[in-house]
Design a protein around this ligand. Structure first.
Ligand code: ADP
Length: 468
C-alpha cells in the first residue's frame, strides 16, 4: 500500500511528546511489512539539512530518511512559519499566535505533494489537530484523485483539540459553511481536531481503553458525543516501542548496559543516577523515577498531596520534566525540603531520560488520563516497575502485582487521589523488600515484547478498512 504518514513531530527530528515516538517508529515497522510508506513534517529551525543529509526536491520540499532506515521523509520548507521558529508550537508555555495559519499551510502543502513527487498515496494517515485539516481538504475537495484516498485520523491526546478564535476561519481555507456545531465549530471557537473526527474514514487512538474512554463525558473533552456518533469507525491500537532506541542491552546513553542475564549493570546505573542527582548512593534505597511533561494530565496534583507521606517511606524520587510553571515551583520546593531524597531535573533531556529509566527501581505515572503512555513500556524493558493509575493505555498494559501468586507487573491504583497513589507506592515498597520476588518481577517485565511489529499489523488492517 502507498501510505503518506503526516505528523508535526517525528523522532529524531523534532519531539515534544509521544506522537514523535510513534511517527519515528511505526512507519519503519510498516515498511518492513512491505508498504511504500513515506512521511511528511515541517522543517523547523533545528532540523538542519547538513545534520540529517537532506536534499532539496523543490522550493518547498526537502527529502531525507529516518536515520537507520530506508523510510523516506519529506520536509515542508516555509521560512516564515517553520524555518524561522525555535520551537514547535510554543515558547515558554505561550502558543505561537499564528499556529492555525502555520498548520493550515502545512496541511495545504500536503495536498500538493502527489503532484510534486509524482506519487499518489492510497492512504493519508493524519495525526492530531496539526494535520486534521487534511481530512477535510481531501473529503471536500474536487480533485478526482482524492476519491481514491482513504484518510485515517489518529488522536494521540484528546486534551489538545486545536482550538482557535472564530475570526481565523478564513485561514483554514474552508468556507464559513464549515463553521457550525456539526462541523468545525466548538463552543464559539474553531476546533481543528473536529476536521479529523468528522471527515476521516477511520478514527483511531492509541489504546483500546482510551478508545472507549473518549466516548464518555469524563474523558471526551466535549467531543464524546461526536465520537460516539462515529463509534463504528473508532479503533484503538496500543503503541509499540522502538527497541533500537529503548534497549538496556545496547543503549549507549547509559553508563552500563545490562540484560536479564545479569542485572549488575542496572545497579551500576542506579548508583550513577543517584550521583548525578547528588543523592546518597545507597543500594538498598528504592528509587522512584518519573519522566513527564509537567501538565495537569499527568497527575502532579495528587502527587503533591502524597509527597510528604512518600518521603516518610525513605525512598528517593527523581523527576525529569518541563512544562507548567506551577509544577516547576512545586518540584523546586520539594527538592529544597528533601535535598537528600529528591532529584528535580526541570528540563527536556533525552540522554538523562535513558539513565532514569535504567537506574530507577520504579517508575511513576499517576495520570489523570493517559491515551497510551510510553513511559511504562520503556520502564518494562529497563526492568523498572511501573506504578500507575488505571486509565487509558496504562490500564491496558500494566496489571497489578500480587505477591502471593507472582501475577501482574506493576502497582496499579484506580481512584484519582493522593491516598490511592500513596497506597500503590506503599505496596511497591513492600514488594521491593522481598529481594527474590522483586528480581523475578524485574526479569519478567524485561522479557515483554512491545515492539511495533504487532501494532503495525493492526494498522495495516485499519488502512485496509479506510480504503473501503
Ligand atoms: P505524552 O505523549 O503525553 O507526553 P508518553 O508517555 O506517551 O506521554 O510519551 C512521553 C515521551 O516523552 C516518553 O518517551 C518520555 O520518556 C519522553 N519525555 C517526556 N518528558 C521528557 C523530558 N523532560 N525529557 C526527556 N524525555 C521526556
Amino acid at each position: 500500500m502507498k501510505i503518506l504518514f503526516v505528523s508535526s513531530e517525528v523522532v529524531p527530528f523534532a519531539k515534544t511528546g509521544g506522537l514523535a515516538d510513534v511517527a519515528g517508529a511505526l512507519p519503519k515497522a510498516l515498511k518492513e511489512l512491505g508498504h511504500d510508506i513515506r512521511l511528511f513534517m515541517p522543517r523547523y529551525k533545528k532540523i538542519e539539512a547538513a545534520n540529517f543529509g537532506l536534499k532539496k526536491v523543490s522550493e518547498e520540499i526537502w527529502e531525507g530518511k529516518i536515520p537507520g532506515s530506508d523510510v523516506v521523509i519529506y520536509f515542508y520548507e516555509n521560512e516564515k512559519y517553520f524555518g524561522g521558529r525555535e520551537e514547535l508550537y510554543q515558547v515558554k508555555g505561550v502558543d505561537y499566535e499564528d499556529n492555525l495559519e502555520r498548520f493550515a499551510a502545512f496541511c495545504q502543502a500536503t495536498l500538493r505533494l502527489p503532484k510534486a513527487l509524482n506519487w499518489t498515496p492510497e492512504i493519508i494517515h493524519c495525526n492530531d489537530w496539526q494535520s486534521a485539516l487534511i481530512a477535510a481538504y481531501v473529503k471536500l475537495g474536487s480533485e478526482p484523485i482524492y476519491s481514491r484516498i482513504g484518510v485515517v485520523y489518529s488522536i494521540h491526546n484528546m486534551g489538545y483539540l486545536g482550538l482557535f478564535p472564530k475570526e481565523k476561519m478564513p485561514a483554514t481555507g474552508l468556507g464559513w459553511d464549515q463553521f457550525s456545531t456539526d462541523k468545525l465549530e466548538f463552543w464559539g471557537k474553531i476546533a481543528l481536531s473536529k476536521a479529523g473526527f468528522i471527515y476521516a474514514d477511520v478514527i483511531n487512538t492509541v489504546s483500546q481503553t482510551y478508545a472507549k474512554e473518549i466516548q464518555t463525558e469524563e474523558y471526551g473533552h466535549g467531543l464524546d458525543g461526536l465520537i460516539r456518533h462515529r463509534s463504528r469507525d473508532v479503533y484503538g491500537i496500543v503503541n509499540g516501542l522502538d527497541y533500537d532506541v529503548w534497549n538496556p542491552a545496547t543503549d549507549k546513553n547509559i553508563p552500563q548496559r545490562y540484560s536479564t542475564i545479569s542485572l549488575l549493570g542496572k545497579a551500576a546505573n542506579k548508583a550513577a543516577l543517584q550521583k548525578q542527582n547528588n543523592l546518597p548512593q545507597k543500594k538498598e534505597t528504592p528509587v522512584i523515577g518519573m519522566i513527564t511533561r509537567l501538565a495537569d494530565q499527568k497527575g502532579l496534583d495528587i502527587l503533591a498531596g502524597a509527597l510528604d507521606e512518600i518521603m516518610k517511606l525513605k525512598c528517593q524520587f527523581i523527576v525529569l520534566g518541563t512544562g507548567d510553571p506551577q509544577y516547576h515551583e512545586l518540584l523546586t520546593r520539594a527538592k529544597q525540603k528533601y535535598p537528600d531524597y529528591i532529584g528535580a531535573n526541570l528540563k527536556f533531556d533525552a540522554m538523562q531520560a535513558q539513565l532514569i529509566y535504567a537506574g530507577s527501581d520504579m517508575f511513576l505515572m499517576p495520570s489523570r488520563y493517559e491515551p497510551c503512555g510510553l513511559g511504562q513500556l520503556i520502564s518494562f524493558k529497563y526492568g523498572t516497575i511501573p506504578i500507575v493509575r488505571k486509565t487509558g493505555g496504562l490500564a491496558d498494559t500494566v496489571h497489578n502485582f500480587i505477591s502471593k501468586t507472582g501475577e501482574g507487573d506493576g502497582f496499579v491504583f484506580q481512584e484519582y487521589s493522593s491516598a490511592a497513589l500513596l497506597d500503590a507506592v506503599k505496596r511497591a515498597m513492600a514488594a521491593y523488600k522481598k529481594k527474590t520476588l522483586w528480581k523475578k518481577l524485574v526479569e519478567k517485565v524485561m522479557d515483554y515484547d512491545y515492539s511495533w511489529g504487532t501494532s503495525a499489523k493492526h494498522y495495516q488492517e485499519l488502512y485496509a478498512r479506510a480504503r473501503k
